[in-house]
Design a protein around this ligand. Structure first.
Ligand code: NAI
Length: 332
């Protein structure tokens, strides 16, 4: 039976990379009924809605979506589709595995760490207001409930995947109550997972350690904002935003998307690297029990990249998005 999956091409490079990934999944023979839905800036310009209710309904029904990036213009009047989607579907865990791919030059080799980012609160609650002219308050919300839930997610992920260490990243020296509560909640959960080493790092020092000696980390557990920033930093350690996939997971639904954004600087030129979204799609295939197809895609990507003949520009090559996809399809 075909899997019904919601597809959001998104903005900027989104349609180019989703096209490539849908084609590559097709080459494995896995049967998927894609349900395409618009979201983001383009959807807003067309229909006045950036996150249409029909899209949310489709994901609720299918429980799985593959999503391209969407643009969030800076300034007032357009709230983030990503934040809205994560809240609407309670996609509380953002999972971002960071590891090297063969043939991709990077500052470090042999890296294999996982970022677990709390996805529903912190400064992303979007609660901002002008107190008096010239003074704005942005509220950072941290709850025991969400911190405990994401901590269980991180430790369970570690346990299931044979990982031995979870490091919480925080700034509790300054945000004693907010980040303090995040840490206290995690410490309580950590006691239930005695076989996993637990430690803590202040976010600024953690960034320094990550760029000096990232091999010391295994699972990183962060509140929303630090998770967002540290994910891009970690992508930079293994070759950039074009090669890191991600998943947004909740109790009922899962939305798979890359770490990167809509990259307006390169949109419409067929030069984006579809590997990041492809790695997200591989996570999606494992999630829907199509592990065999996931393995075949990974083998093909590794073969194409390690041959170093067909590579997109971000990796030092000249291939277009679709030429890279063609090469992966041939390898499959
Ligand atoms: P970005 O991730 O779109 O781009 C940063 C840099 O990385 C750019 O130079 C871009 O060309 C490059 N890049 C990104 N993905 C690439 C790929 N697949 N292949 C080759 N190069 C790639 O970040 P930026 O410019 O800060 O954000 C642009 C827009 O995307 C904003 O509106 C932002 O809100 C949105 N965004 C959306 C996300 C999502 O939908 N999940 C996540 C992050 C940002």
């Amino acid at each position: 039976m075909a899997h019904a999956i919601t597809l959001v091409p998104g903005d900027g490079i989104g349609p180019e990379v989703t096209d490539a990934v849908v084609r590559i999944i097709g080459a494995t023979g896995v049967s998927i009924d894609w349900e395409p839905h618009a979201a983001g800036l383009l959807a807003f310009e067309r229909s006045g809605e950036s996150l249409p209710a029909t899209l949310i309904d489709s994901i609720r029904r299918n429980t799985v979506a593959l999503k391209g990036p969407v643009t969030t213009p800076i300034g007032q009047g357009f709230t983030s589709v990503n934040v809205g989607l994560r809240k609407a579907l309670d996609l509380y865990a953002n999972l971002r595995p960071v590891s090297n791919l063969p043939g991709v030059d990077a500052r470090f080799q042999g890296l294999d760490l996982v970022i677990v980012r709390e996805n529903t609160e912190d400064l992303y609650a979007g609660l901002e207001h002008e107190v008096v002219p010239g003074v704005v308050e942005s509220l950072k919300i941290i709850t025991e409930k969400a911190s405990t839930r994401i901590a269980h997610f991180a430790f369970q992920h570690a346990r299931r995947h044979g990982r031995t260490r979870v490091t919480a990243i925080h700034k509790a020296n300054i945000m004693k109550l907010g980040d303090g509560l995040f840490l206290e909640s995690i410490r309580r959960v950590a006691r239930e997972y005695g076989e996993i080493t637990y430690d803590e790092r202040i976010v600024d020092a953690a960034c320094m350690h990550l760029v000096m000696n990232p091999g010391q980390f295994d699972v990183l557990l962060l509140p929303n904002l630090y998770g967002d920033i540290v994910s891009d930093l970690c992508a930079g350690l293994v070759g950039g935003l074009g090669v890191v996939g991600a998943a947004n997971l909740g109790a009922e639904c899962a939305v798979f998307e890359a770490v990167h954004g809509s990259a307006p600087d390169i949109a419409g030129r067929q030069i984006a690297n579809p590997t990041a979204l492809l790695l997200s799609a591989v996570m999606m295939l494992r999630h829907i029990d199509e592990g065999n197809a996931a393995d075949r895609i990974m083998q093909a990507v590794r073969a194409v990249l390690s041959a170093r003949r067909v590579r997109t520009r971000d990796l030092g090559g000249t291939a277009s998005t679709s030429e890279f996809a063609d090469a992966v399809c041939r390898a499959i």
